[in-house]
Design a protein around this ligand. Structure first.
Ligand code: GDP
Length: 484
């Protein structure tokens, strides 16, 4: 077959000078791949902390950082230097490509880490969903900053009704993420009298978050870690300085150690390839497509089917923005895009009108045609405070990977809590309920069960601009509604 002519596993090489040192293959370096989404209320310090992680692992040198600091100071945001680093990964800036979710790659002791920066504004929820669709775990950033002009700190503000802390927690849970590192950030401004790094403040936040996360279904004892940290000063990202007040009461893991303790999702390199199209535009006589591989492996020169339309093309060029790797020539065949990687492909002789966001590339037409579905069963979590309940037969918009599609919940099978069934065939679903439902989509979509391919089996449901529920696909159904 065509794949047998390719080099054996472990001999992959990424091209481009920077790519060689920045991103030698995970298999040969012995690191496991982990996609981590950084969640949290706007301004709680997600970008700063992400930038600090990159800096700690020397992906960004001090000089570059100072340069960014100066240009940021010039526009009045002196402490945004790390955010700036995060938002403009080299390859993306050069190619002028903007991704829906900022990504950056960095190696920790155990993982080849992809950081996904979730925009923190409510309007960006669909983009958050796109990021979540490939995430293994989440870092939830909550600010411990105490405010002098109010009896509420930033944490409380993110945690009240409509705060994004709670919305992001539910999104993560509904989409099947079960491991969370809660980065209790801005500890330098968690004041106790004149001193920052207040132990009482840290413990107060843990005390509030713990029952909340438990109630939302997280295994707090085993899968949730609370880490006090300062993205701005860098305390407890990689080390704690001896003079820091934190060292007097904290001896737990650093943020990087907590991240290293996370378990990566098996990435199924051996399984047949799936790559989600996140963007596509016309280029010469073909299409330049941005994709994210979620399963299997993709190489230059391979034939791909663009589903659900079924057009076939030979991959003519691959650019991996996060590493700067470029493959165009014949010996670039060794360039391999692995699960979790985003890449830009050139697909010659393809009509741009026949490629769209949310389409899926596979190695063979037959492979995915069987998964172009209109019906499936799913487990969903209805969000808090949705107002009008969800009624059987309501039309909602499903957001999945990089696409959206109108859907109808044509059957409400049951509501449940843990293993206990609360109601069979309920007529409505109210805020906070968990339910099994049957869904029919307006058009045929490339979906999979969550078990088969996480990214293609998790979705969010919106009504207008409001996110009302999220869920995972349990089983695919035939067009007559029967299970197979
Ligand atoms: P995002 O919106 O969550 O990405 O937040 P940013 O990273 O853009 O940070 C928002 C603001 O909080 C900026 O002014 C940062 O300088 C500030 N900030 C972030 N982390 C810390 C921290 O650990 N300590 C302090 N004092 N300020 C921080």
């Amino acid at each position: 077959s065509k794949r047998s002519s390719l080099p054996a596993k472990g001999s992959h090489v990424l091209f481009g000078a920077s790519a060689l040192d920045a991103a030698d293959d995970a298999a040969s370096s012995g690191l496991s791949r982990l996609s981590l989404i950084v969640l949290g209320h706007v301004d709680h310090g997600k970008s700063t902390l992400a930038g600090r992680l990159l800096y700690a692992r020397k992906k960004v040198d001090e000089r570059t950082l100072r340069k960014h600091e100066q240009s940021c100071a010039a526009i009045g945001k002196a402490s945004f230097q790390f955010a700036w680093v995060m938002d403009t990964a080299e390859g993306e800036r050069e190619r002028g490509v903007t991704m829906e979710v900022g990504t950056a790659q960095v190696d920790t002791e155990r993982h080849k880490l992809t950081l996904l920066d979730a925009p923190g504004h409510q309007d960006f929820v669909p983009q958050v969903i796109a990021g979540l669709s490939c995430a293994d775990a989440a870092v939830l950033v909550v600010s411990a900053k105490t405010l002098t002009d109010s009896n509420q700190g930033e944490f409380e503000r993110g945690f009240i009704r409509d705060g994004q802390t709670t919305e992001h927690v539910l999104l993560g849970k509904g989409l099947g993420i079960n491991q969370i590192v809660v980065a209790v950030n801005k500890m330098d401004q968690a004041m106790e009298g004149e001193r920052g790094f207040s132990r009482a403040r840290f413990e107060e936040i843990c005390r509030t978050m713990t029952p909340y996360l438990a109630k939302k279904g997280f295994n707090v004892a085993k899968k949730v870690q609370f880490i006090p940290v300062s993205g701005l000063t860098g305390e407890n990202v990689e080390t704690v300085s001896p003079g820091c007040p934190l060292s007097s009461w904290y001896s737990g893991p650093t943020l990087l150690q907590a991240i290293d303790a996370l378990t990566p999702t098996p990435k199924d390199r051996e399984k047949s390839m799936r790559a989600i199209v996140t963007d596509a535009y016309a280029e010469r006589s073909g299409v330049a497509a941005r994709v994210r591989v979620v399963r299997g492996e993709l190489r230059i020169g391979e034939t791909v089917a663009i589903m659900p339309m079924g057009d076939v093309a030979t991959v003519g060029r691959i650019v991996v923005p996060s590493t700067g790797a470029i493959g165009t020539s014949s010996d670039a065949k060794r360039l391999v895009v692995l699960p979790g990687d985003a890449a830009e492909l050139y697909l010659p002789n393809v009509d741009v009108a026949r490629v769209a966001r949310g389409f899926v590339l596979t190695h063979s037409r037959e492979d995915l045609r069987i998964s172009v579905r209109r019906r499936f069963t799913a487990k969903i979590i209805v969000l808090d405070n949705i107002g009008t309940p969800i009624i059987k037969g309501s039309e909602l918009v499903m957001h999945m990977t990089a696409m959206e599609c109108p859907v109808v919940l044509y059957k409400l099978v049951k509501t449940f809590k843990g293993k206990e069934v609360l109601a069979e065939r309920p007529r409505i679903l109210t805020s906070g309920s968990t339910a099994e439902v049957k869904v029919v989509t307006k058009r045929g979509l490339c979906v999979e069960t969550f078990k088969e391919a996480r990214a293609l089996g998790r979705f969010v449901l919106r009504r207008g601009t409001q996110t009302v529920a999220m869920g995972v696909i349990d089983t695919l159904l035939a067009d007559d509604g029967k299970a197979e």
